[in-house]
Design a protein around this ligand. Structure first.
Ligand code: GLU
Length: 273
């Protein structure tokens, strides 16, 4: 299959998980970028109206909490982070709710810890709830339940969380919107030769190296967790895309089949094998 054929297939993806990270939702000084959140709400409401089932995995609880408390810089320890997330999660959902309301789109807050994925009875429960919400035409807005997360039950990052959610609900596409516009052949910060890889069709040892964090400095800057998310999608046979979160309307262009970001075309894997 040619790359354009894989991209064409994105047009028909129906159940889609969109993940957006804190760095795409806030300014470098830590202040929340309200218009970015509004654009996310507009894009997802429109895609939902087209008949797709959208799920949003949004970070930003800690950032909103820090903003509310006038705290700049990273939280000093885990307890402070958990407290800021508790403050910020309520604010984050309030902001989203206001923007989604303008587009007459109902949303629901879903906070998960890893045991919702790994313990069968909780897994069934989480899946049923998410299925019911999607059946009711509601967009779930998911985040890690940072306030109660301990090492044993934490996802640790929302890239991984979003991939587990995609797997849990049998999504047919995961779209990760990030401050990097795709996977590069090297570290774009210090290698001018590094080129964006537009299509990945299998989880190669090179990707395995990145996911394990052993691919030197290229592993930093959030790519490790994104490739870990891609590995979960590979195992589940789900397509994934990494693209820039600078303009959330990029979702429309990707779903029209445009050649943007990196497409991990893993959706046909189960049928090919
Ligand atoms: N759950 C964290 C928050 O909302 C973010 C985790 C992440 O971005 O990976 O602040």
């Amino acid at each position: 299959m040619e790359e354009m054929d894989y991209r064409e297939l994105l047009k028909n993806r129906k159940r889609i998980v969109v993940k957006i990270g804190s760095s795409s939702l806030s300014y470098p000084n830590g202040k929340i970028n309200y218009s970015r959140l509004e654009q996310v709400a507009i894009a997802l409401s429109k895609l939902q109206s087209e008949g797709r089932q959208m799920v949003l995995v949004s970070s930003g609880a800690t950032a909103v909490g820090a903003g509310r408390m006038g705290i700049t810089g990273k939280p000093s320890d885990k307890v402070e982070k958990q407290a800021l997330a508790a403050i910020g999660q309520a604010g984050l959902i309030k902001i989203y709710q206001r923007f989604f309301d303008r587009h007459h789109q109902a949303v629901a807050q879903v906070l998960l810890t890893k045991d919702a994925i790994t313990i069968p009875v909780r897994r069934r429960n989480a899946r049923n709830t998410l299925d019911t919400l999607l059946g009711l035409n509601v967009i779930p807005i998911i985040n890690e339940n940072d306030t109660v997360s301990t090492e044993q039950i934490e996802f640790g990052d929302n890239d991984t969380l979003s991939a587990y959610v995609a797997e849990l609900i049998d999504a047919d596409l995961l779209m990760i919107l990030s401050d990097i516009d795709g996977l590069y052949s090297g570290d774009p910060h210090n290698n001018p030769e590094a080129k964006i890889i537009s299509l990945v069709t299998e989880f190669s040892p090179w990707l395995e190296n990145i996911a394990s964090g052993s691919a030197s400095s290229f592993g930093t800057g959030g790519m490790v967790t994104k490739i870990m998310a891609a590995r979960i999608c590979w195992e589940a046979g789900i397509d994934a895309v990494i693209a820039s979160g600078e303009d959330p309307f990029v979702l429309f262009r990707l779903l029209k089949g445009e050649l943007l970001g990196t497409l991990f075309a893993f959706g046909s894997r189960m049928t090919v094998c």
